[in-house]
Design a protein around this ligand. Structure first.
Ligand SMILES: C[S@@+](CC[C@H](N)C(=O)[O-])C[C@H]1O[C@@H](n2cnc3c(N)ncnc32)[C@H](O)[C@@H]1O
Ligand SMILES: [Zn+2]
Length: 376
């Protein structure tokens, strides 16, 4: 047996040769909270952990979310003994099975037996694109899907050709490209669901600083419309963004200077998170004394109702030829001037606001003058 013993949440487990990143605990914490709320609302939680690694997620869904049945699948059969060891309590209670199939086969197997899951967890390496359609086949209507994408390069516009292949969308590079990566992922699942007459609703979307995670609910009505699935235009000349609808594609230019825009998409333009689910998750996080997670959720709650992009403080400083403004001061100044503004979890050096970049620069300049006057 492997010697090193790990603890995370209520789980104690061996890792052996499995992939396990302790730094991704926050990602699993969010999943545990959402799964727990789901079980409270639906009185059951059957989990399909399609790419389990050492089984840490399965174990935590079992111990902390109250899952009543877990299918633990891991493509690599060499991890069988680790999984047996880690999940033995659930296995002993007849609440768990371990398999070593390719995830696609697993999803179609579920579909062919009409065995649909409350939570399908797809924690893959690299691009999630191959699984965006097949995971839908194993998910119960109103069930949850938790997705990982580590292919940030493609979705942030550094390889538009690959993004076309992965998402059927052309991703360009710009300062808010990490938000775009989350939106491309959601948009692609939304579009795949629509081909089956279904829809998805985002529960939460999370950029860890390196990887992209989205928790989605599968719903029985198509959600995709030309209003929530479209394009983002970035003006390299003035630094402003605007959303661009399909019908306006032919004649769109920057509303501020009439210059041509760099267009990215199509992608999800709707909300990144669900208000009521996040509120419930936050209450549970507080109850469990998970203060850091509750604080993260607070930021997510505040960023819900904003345009689908952000402005970085660096861009505001560079374009205004000013010192980089303090984030809290700029947000306060925007709010004092009647604009909604918020921090974003995606970039600690950025703000979300309905004001344009010019307004941000003007207010930063005023703050700059006030602080110089204060010093003199
Ligand atoms: C990122 S690791 C999983 C980590 C684990 N979920 C956690 O939270 O620690 C991805 C795992 O998926 C497995 N895997 C990769 N492709 C797969 C596929 N197509 N079907 C099933 N398993 C796969 C890999 O062997 C690897 O153990
Ligand atoms: Zn412009």
């Amino acid at each position: 047996m492997p010697e090193i013993y790990y603890c995370e949440g209520k789980a104690k487990f061996y890792v052996g040769k499995a992939f396990y990143n302790a730094q991704s605990k926050v990602v699993r914490d969010l999943g545990i909270l959402a799964a727990n709320i789901y079980r409270q609302n639906n009185a059951q939680l059957r989990v399909l952990d399609a790419m389990s690694g050492c089984g840490v997620r399965s174990l935590r869904y079992w111990l902390e979310s109250g899952a009543d049945w877990i299918w633990v699948n891991e493509g690599n059969p060499d991890l069988n003994s680790i999984l047996q060891q880690n999940l033995q309590e659930a296995i002993a209670q007849d609440c768990c099975q371990i398999t070593h199939q390719d995830a696609h086969r697993l999803f179609f197997d579920c579909y062919s037996r009409r065995d649909y899951y409350d939570l399908v967890d797809v924690d893959c390496f690299g691009s999630a694109a191959p699984y965006l359609s097949t995971m839908l086949w194993a998910t119960k209507i109103n069930g949850l899907m938790y997705l990982t994408s580590t292919d940030g390069r493609t979705a942030t516009g550094h390889s538009p050709q690959h993004s076309l292949q992965a998402y059927g969308a052309y991703a360009r590079s710009h300062p808010a490209a990490q938000e775009q990566a989350l939106r491309l992922l959601i948009g692609s699942v939304q579009q795949q669901a629509a081909t089956k007459g279904l829809g998805v609703k985002p529960i939460f979307s999370f950029f860890t600083g390196k990887t992209y995670r989205v928790m989605l609910r599968l719903v029985k009505n198509i959600q995709l419309t030309e209003n929530n699935y479209g394009f983002i235009g970035y003006c390299h000349h003035c630094g402003n963004y605007q959303t661009v609808s399909w019908r306006k594609l032919a004649k769109v230019t920057c509303v501020h200077d009439d210059r041509s825009l760099t267009i990215s998409g199509a992608m999800w333009l709707g909300e990144l998170h669900n208000l009521s689910m996040l509120q419930k998750m936050q209450s549970l996080a507080k109850l469990w004394n998970w203060q850091k997670i509750a604080d993260l959720i607070e930021i997510m709650l505040n960023e819900i109702n904003f345009p689908p992009y952000f402005y970085t403080l660096g861009e505001i400083g560079r374009r205004g030829k000013l010192d980089i403004p303090k984030r809290s001061q700029l947000i306060q100044a925007l709010q004092d001037n009647g604009y909604r503004a918020s921090v974003t979890h995606i970039n600690a050096q950025a703000i979300k606001t309905e004001a344009d970049l010019h307004t941000c620069i003007t207010l930063t300049r005023k703050l700059d003058c006030l602080s110089k006057l204060g010093k003199s």
